[in-house]
Design a protein around this ligand. Structure first.
Ligand SMILES: Nc1ncnc2c1ncn2[C@@H]1O[C@H](COP(=O)(O)OP(=O)(O)O)[C@@H](O)[C@H]1O
Ligand SMILES: [Mg+2]
Length: 220
């Protein structure tokens, strides 16, 4: 139960008020592949990622991990194995970078929570991989947007997820860090994770195994 997760979603509809945000979206990402999710802003990428992460229930349709239906109510056993790096980072500004990364383990079922020391080591390791080892003890508030973006990714990676959903993870990065994060995401997929990355970054898209394009809530 430690390999990459096969992700499927069928007939996803999401409505908010009178608006239909996602309209009959089908997604199939084979285990261990990396998929780019592209489309203009407002097309529904972030909404779809949160549905695929089972953080938000669709009005219709189903998300499955390895063939098992999953909803926000039944996602608990998957937490830790399924992680999302949010577009808006979702960091706590008065904690340090390392403390924010350590928060990833809070969602894990008690039995799988790491002891304090390995937890700290996993956080440092994840920060190192995004090139932020030297910032581990800085308050998030004192870091740049690009640094915060990489902390959010480090947090999502720190539990060695089998499915990683990343929302525009290179949007605020300079060329060097874009390449670093792109390599990291591809490496995660190679080493046994399924990855879905919402992005406008054409270089990243070009290196993905498959490309899904959303327009007005419909997958092209
Ligand atoms: N909770 C919500 N309530 C109402 N409208 C929403 C909500 N979340 C997203 N939307 C709308 O859904 C559309 C898709 O948004 P989003 O998923 O953020 O797209 P993208 O990530 O591609 O920019 C946008 O028009 C946005 O305004
Ligand atoms: Mg978005």
């Amino acid at each position: 139960m430690n390999g990459p997760i096969e992700l499927t979603a069928t007939g996803i509809e999401l409505r908010r008020g009178r608006r239909t945000i996602l309209d009959g979206v089908d997604v199939a990402v084979p285990a261990g592949r990396i998929a780019a999710l592209t489309g203009p802003s407002g097309s529904g990428k972030t909404s779809l990622l949160t549905v695929l992460a089972a953080l938000q229930a669709p009005d219709r349709g189903e998300v499955r991990y390895d063939g098992q239906a999953v909803t926000p109510r039944t996602r608990d056993p998957w937490s830790g194995r399924v992680q999302i790096a949010h577009q808006s980072f979702g960091l706590l500004s008065l904690l340090t970078a390392a403390e924010n990364v350590e928060l990833a383990a809070q969602g894990l079922p008690t039995a799988r929570r790491l002891e304090r020391r390995p937890l700290r080591a996993a956080a440092r390791d994840a920060l190192e991989r995004v090139g932020l080892a030297a910032r581990a003890d800085h308050l998030v508030d004192d870091l740049s947007g690009g640094e915060q973006q990489r902390i959010a990714l480090a947090r999502a990676m720190s539990t060695a997820p089998a499915l990683l959903l990343a929302d525009e993870p290179t949007a605020q990065l300079d060329a060097e860090n874009r390449e670093r994060v792109t390599d990291l995401l591809l490496d995660l997929a190679r080493r046994g994770a399924t990855v879905v990355v919402a992005t406008h970054d054409q270089e990243l898209t070009g290196r993905c195994d498959l490309v899904l394009t959303l327009r007005d809530g419909v997958l092209a």
